[in-house]
Design a protein around this ligand. Structure first.
Ligand code: 13P
Length: 379
């Protein structure tokens, strides 16, 4: 079965959770499902590699050969020689894997509806219109388009075609600095918060950072505002990271004066200002693990990472970890993949059936690969 969905279809089908998973995989005890999956995986040997993002639940994570943040996983996909890459992550990650691997390698997304709401906030046609308008105002090649990796393959291709690139939360400084060193203005899509936090850290003056309102005529920016800009931020955001509140952090500090707060840079700048540190998912894990001075932490990112880290580091490193808000930090579309999906995929592979293959169309692939490889070279 080979399917190709665009991101809005992914969003639509996310409403029919586990729609494609056969009933027989839903009725088994999970320990048995995991045992069967691991048995199938071991029979498939080196033909298969399983990559897992930190947001996966423990049971799905337990299948992984390698786990990490978006940059690490993209690098591993580009490096692996395995025939099948099973990506326990979301649609944009699996698309990046298909773009970065050879034509004879196959990327599989175990749950086809695993997506990213923010990626859906930047439609390629709308971004292209925006870039045309900015070019009209400031001149040809005045703007470098940079897309966060949480975006569709076609948006990455647009950036590749216009001398732009991709960034993740762990290399956004390097990438924005590269663009600034070229003396160019930047159009940053789709995450306004990662864009703003990175621009702030690079010392770009506030009045040079403008927001393009994707729902308004000409982004609701005048020609003068565009001419005065250094970076224009698409007004997309991650609904999960936008939910943390300043009061929640202040309350935590009141109850635990010793606590250190670390958040993902997809959070708004006000939340970063209330926090002690920020970092990608790998960055969060490393900062807490490596810290010898602080043992009590609060984390602002997806719940599975926080829960797993709390469990692992309380045993091995004697750390105490709190949620900033346990209720709001659940990302239902990122963490939707269950061990049942992985076992279903692996058992079918053993029988020669390739399910949930991710295929990026060739013309998009070529340009998106330029953008992604530029990012990998720059980081
Ligand atoms: P990382 O690259 O930090 O893992 O972030 C991925 C993501 O989607 C955060 O919401």
């Amino acid at each position: 079965m080979t399917k190709q969905l665009n991101s809005s279809e992914v969003k639509l089908s996310a409403q029919t959770w586990m729609s494609s998973l056969p009933q027989i995989y839903k009725n088994q005890p999970q320990t048995e499902i995991i045992r069967r999956g691991l048995e199938a995986k071991s029979k498939l040997g080196d033909d298969v590699i399983i990559l897992a993002h930190h947001y996966q639940c423990d049971e799905t994570y337990s299948f992984s050969d390698l786990s990490g943040d978006s940059l690490y996983l993209a690098r591993q996909a580009a490096k692996t020689s395995a025939k099948f890459i099973i990506f326990c992550g979301v649609h944009f990650m699996a698309e990046s894997s298909d773009i970065l691997t050879n034509d004879d390698q196959i990327t599989i997304l175990p749950e086809f509806t695993a997506g990213c709401e923010m990626a859906d906030m930047a439609k390629t046609g709308e971004v292209e219109k925006c870039l045309d308008y900015l070019t009209d105002v400031c001149g040809i090649d005045s703007f470098i388009p940079i897309t966060y990796i949480n975006s569709t393959a076609s948006l990455k291709a647009l950036c590749g075609r216009h001398n732009g690139t991709v960034c993740t939360s762990s290399n956004s400084h390097k990438i924005l600095k590269w663009a600034a060193d070229k003396g160019k203005r930047v159009l940053f899509v789709p995450d306004q918060h990662l864009g703003r936090n990175t621009a702030n850290a690079l010392g770009i003056p506030k009045h040079k950072i403008k927001v393009w309102d994707r729902n308004s005529e000409n982004g609701d920016l005048s020609r003068e505002e565009i001419l005065d800009s250094q970076i224009i931020l698409w007004n997309g955001c991650c609904p999960v990271h936008c939910h943390f509140k300043i009061e929640e952090i202040r309350k935590l500090r009141e109850s635990h004066p010793d606590i250190k707060v670390i958040v993902h840079p997809e959070c708004p700048e006000e939340i970063l200002a209330e926090s002690d540190y920020s970092g990608s998912t790998d960055g969060i894990i490393k900062t807490i693990k490596d810290s010898t001075s602080f043992n009590h932490w609060a984390i602002g990112t997806e719940s599975n990472l926080v829960r797993r880290l709390a469990k692992n580091l309380s045993q091995s490193h004697g750390k105490r970890i709190e949620f900033i808000n346990e209720k709001t930090c659940v990302c239902d579309s990122m963490n939707i993949t269950r061990p049942e999906h992985v076992t279903w995929i692996l058992e079918n592979l053993l029988e020669g059936n390739i399910l949930n293959k991710i295929t990026v169309a060739n013309d998009i692939k070529q340009d998106a690969k330029i953008a992604l490889n530029r990012m990998l070279d720059l980081s």
